[in-house]
Design a protein around this ligand. Structure first.
Ligand SMILES: C[S@@+](CC[C@H](N)C(=O)[O-])C[C@H]1O[C@@H](n2cnc3c(N)ncnc32)[C@H](O)[C@@H]1O
Length: 243
């Protein structure tokens, strides 16, 4: 893991703001992604009920879709003391700030590799729909581990290599499925052919790395996380406790 990925700069992400709303309306996988965000919000809600108050950090928050869910959740959502939401894309944060006006929420235009964090200060760190875009996962895990309190929880998800077949075939059809696979495997060669490279970058294939469930579990374990809840229907969603 930790291979270098293209299209990971602030300029790229500011010029290509990703907002999953459209995607969620077009295929079965969209429903699944919605479920994962709900699952994340519910999990944080459950943790809040057990504590007096909690401090949340969200990495790669994009246009603030998870934050929206957290601040409007029923139950123990009012125990959230603060949400620090970080994204490398200034343009995504413009949209997030327009939507969200809550004194507990602070947005930061920073990269996961150099954001200002207090060690051992977060109860929860969330990173949804983004870990597979980060070129240096090990470094990100190390930062998250340092930032979490001793019993803190890290919640994230990955597009799963073995789940890809099912959702691509059922969600977008066979022709697109084989095109995707071919382009995915051609990524490295495509760097030498600028027009193809640009196409791959804008399609998202170039900036996505696919891992198996086994690889993900192993890497989390090596960085001091113990999975306490997961879902692996298509993606691998997990809530992992700092050990
Ligand atoms: C697919 S979007 C997911 C956004 C959001 N988590 C959601 O579920 O709606 C990936 C996000 O990761 C952000 N991102 C990519 N690399 C980053 C980095 N190094 N540091 C911080 N954010 C990054 C992008 O700007 C983008 O908003």
């Amino acid at each position: 893991m930790g291979k270098s990925l293209p299209h990971s700069t602030a300029d790229y992400w500011s010029n290509n703001v990703w907002d999953g709303r459209l995607q969620e309306t077009i295929n079965a996988r969209g429903d699944y992604r919605k479920k994962q965000r709900t699952r994340t919000v519910n999990y944080v809600n459950g943790l809040s009920c057990d504590r007096d108050e909690i401090a949340v950090t969200e990495l790669c928050c994009g246009t603030g879709r998870v934050v929206e869910g957290l601040i409007s959740s029923d139950g123990c959502g009012d125990k959230i003391r603060s949400i620090d939401a970080i994204d490398i894309s200034s343009e995504a944060l413009v949209i997030a700030r327009q939507k969200i006006n809550d004194s507990r929420v602070r947005f930061h235009n920073q990269s996961v590799y150099d954001f200002d964090y207090q060690p051992a200060s977060a109860d929860v760190v969330i990173c949804i729909e983004a870990l597979f875009h980060l070129p240096d996962l090990g470094r990100t895990y190390q930062t998250i581990h340092e930032h979490l309190k001793p019993d803190g929880v890290f919640i994230g998800n990955f597009t799963l290599r073995e789940g890809l077949d099912d959702w691509l075939k059922s969600g977008i059809g066979l022709r697109e499925y084989y095109t995707f696979l071919m382009l995915y495997h051609m990524r490295k060669l495509a760097r030498l052919i600028p027009p193809l490279w640009d196409y791959l970058g804008s399609s998202g294939i170039a900036r996505t790395e696919l891992y198996t469930e086994e690889e993900i579990r192993e890497e989390l374990g090596e960085h001091g996380f113990e999975i306490e809840d997961f879902d692996n229907e298509y993606d691998f969603w997990f809530a992992a406790r700092k050990t």
